[in-house]
Ligand binder design. Structure first.
Ligand code: SF4
Length: 360
């Protein structure tokens, strides 16, 4: 465990009663805010710059704002509300941040470095716990606790950017929670991350377990981001056994939604497939998957399961089984990749640390 710089562990960063976080506010909202305080319009630009370019943690750091304005702001607002609880750095450089929220709950974000591209990506959480209850997932075992606010989602990015000093140009919504079940806050967070933090929309990925109505909504929004679907099985029986939500939205409903999304946006989907030994990793599953995805514009990302503890009874397939599965898929003409595991020594698969701490 790495020692924390003092300012990161400052408990005064918690939301004080009656004080609202400024992070998460769009330029339009900041304009309204300064107008309501009878301040000149350019103050909104200044605030925006401090929040999203300099990523400061305190109103006192906004040095070009006059003292009287800062004091007035401090009566009702503070910069953010997350407090770092733990930070772990893996041997491969992956860094996991565990944040404590004002109500004492915790969520995590994971900063990853992609050496081959020389870029950083961050995995953000959108909920505390998750209602989807995938059988192999640590976060699912927590059950659903609450949605994260726009401020809490955006602040994960801003905080890690400031703390790491890295330019984080890729965002994946793949942390704790099902992003599409916190849809409005997700959309507003994406708006701010794109317009204020200037992360390119094509560099943002939403990963969903398959909330069908929201896939149609996202198609309508036509945002040109990447949609990743956690498919994990090529047939209803196998999928239902590991993802109970398949009962609500079986493949007969999910697949047309995916075709619609690809058609409406022109975007290639990413199909995520977690490989669980003896459950969904046989060549017959690969052939069924290849057939299921015929005609769909997509890439396939195979994710060998990374068990923690007893892995809830699930195991990672052998390397031979992983390669056999991949080889069986290749004739179906899709680009197939096997995800490189990151942060294995610090349990950086999403949901793992939060689960350990939340239950303590
Ligand atoms: S895998 Fe994702 S959708 Fe499933 S329970 Fe875990 S966090 Fe929720």
């Amino acid at each position: 465990m790495n020692a924390l710089p003092q300012n990161l562990a400052d408990p005064s960063a918690h939301t004080l009663p009656g004080r609202e976080p400024l992070i998460g506010k769009s330029m339009e909202e900041l304009r309204e805010l300064v107008k309501s305080m009878d301040e000149p319009a350019f103050r909104a630009e200044q605030l925006h710059h401090w929040l999203y370019v300099h990523c400061v943690r305190s109103l006192d750091d906004m040095s070009n704002l006059k003292r009287a304005f800062r004091d007035k702001l401090a009566e009702r607002y503070q910069v953010g509300s997350l407090v770092i609880d733990q930070k772990e750095v893996s041997q491969d450089g992956t860094t996991k941040y565990l944040f404590r929220l004002p109500d004492g709950k915790v969520v995590e974000s994971v900063l990853m470095y992609f050496e081959e591209r020389g870029t950083y990506a961050i995995c953000l959480s959108t909920q505390v716990g998750c209602a989807v209850n995938c059988d192999f997932c640590a976060t699912g075992k927590l059950g659903f606790m609450r949605n994260l606010s726009v401020a809490e989602i955006v602040e994960q990015y801003v905080y890690v950017q400031a703390d790491s000093g890295k330019e984080i140009r890729n965002i994946v919504f793949m942390g704790q929670g099902e992003p599409m079940l916190n849809y409005d806050n997700l959309m507003q967070s994406i708006h701010i991350l794109n317009k204020s933090a200037e992360v390119g929309i094509r560099h943002i990925t939403i990963s969903t377990s398959g909330i069908v109505p929201r896939i149609y909504d996202l198609a309508e929004a036509n945002l040109q981001l990447t949609l990743a679907i956690s498919l994990h099985a090529p047939d209803n029986a196998t999928r239902e056994a590991i993802m109970p939500l398949n009962k609500k939205w079986p493949l007969e409903e999910l697949m047309p939604a995916l075709h619609h999304y690809a058609g409406a946006t022109g975007k290639r989907l990413t199909i995520e497939y977690i490989l669980l030994a003896g459950v969904n990793d046989q060549p017959s599953h690969a052939h069924d998957l290849g057939k299921l995805l015929q005609g769909l514009k997509c890439n396939i990302n195979l994710i060998p399961y990374n068990p923690i503890g007893d892995g809830y009874g699930y195991k990672r397939p052998s390397n031979n089984a992983i390669h056999r599965f991949k080889d069986a898929l290749l004739p179906y003409g899709k680009k197939v990749t096997v995800r490189v595991e990151r942060g294995v020594d610090i349990a950086a698969a999403c949901g793992q640390l939060a689960n350990k701490v939340q239950q303590a």
